[in-house]
Every structure is written in structure tokens, then in C-alpha cells.
Design a protein around this ligand. Structure first.
Ligand SMILES: [Zn+2]
Length: 81
């Protein structure tokens, strides 16, 4: 149980979040992941069992709920310093 944010000292609340995970070359999202989220800065914390479950999903992923396409863009060259 993580009640205090390590980044800003703010209070955390229990929430279900969507996590972004890179499984090798593949970007995946897992919905409804139980987390503690900082009320102030939004930093997310996961309990060890939750991380283990995410590792298990990565090792033997079930059939995806849905698949989305994500467009990728290059940042405009004119603005790169
Ligand atoms: Zn915080």
C-alpha cells in the first residue's frame, strides 16, 4: 500500500488505470490495472503483485480485447534545435 507520493509527497488514491507496456517491439495497453495514483502530480505506483501479474501477461498474453492502430509522426525538422 503506497499512501504517499515519492515524487512530490502528495497523497495517493486507489484507482484503476490503463498501463502502457512495451512487450519487445510491441506496444500494448492493459486496462483496469489497480494502482495508487498521486492526487497532486499523477504519478502512478503499482504493488509488487500487480507488476508480477503484468509480467505474467507479457509472458503468455491472452487474446487481446481489441486492437488499435497508432499513427507515428516525426517532430517537424524546422523546430528541432
Ligand atoms: Zn506526486
Amino acid at each position: 500500500m503506497i499512501t504517499k507520493c515519492l515524487m512530490c509527497g502528495g497523497k495517493t488514491v486507489r484507482k484503476k488505470v490503463t498501463t502502457e507496456n512495451w512487450w519487445g517491439e510491441k506496444l500494448t495497453f492493459v486496462e483496469n490495472v489497480p494502482a495508487f495514483v498521486c492526487d497532486t502530480c499523477g504519478e502512478q505506483y503499482f504493488e509488487p503483485e500487480v507488476c508480477e501479474e503484468l509480467d505474467r501477461l507479457r509472458e503468455t498474453p491472452p487474446v487481446a480485447k481489441k486492437t488499435i492502430q497508432v499513427p507515428i509522426y516525426n517532430f517537424p525538422k524546422t523546430i528541432v534545435r
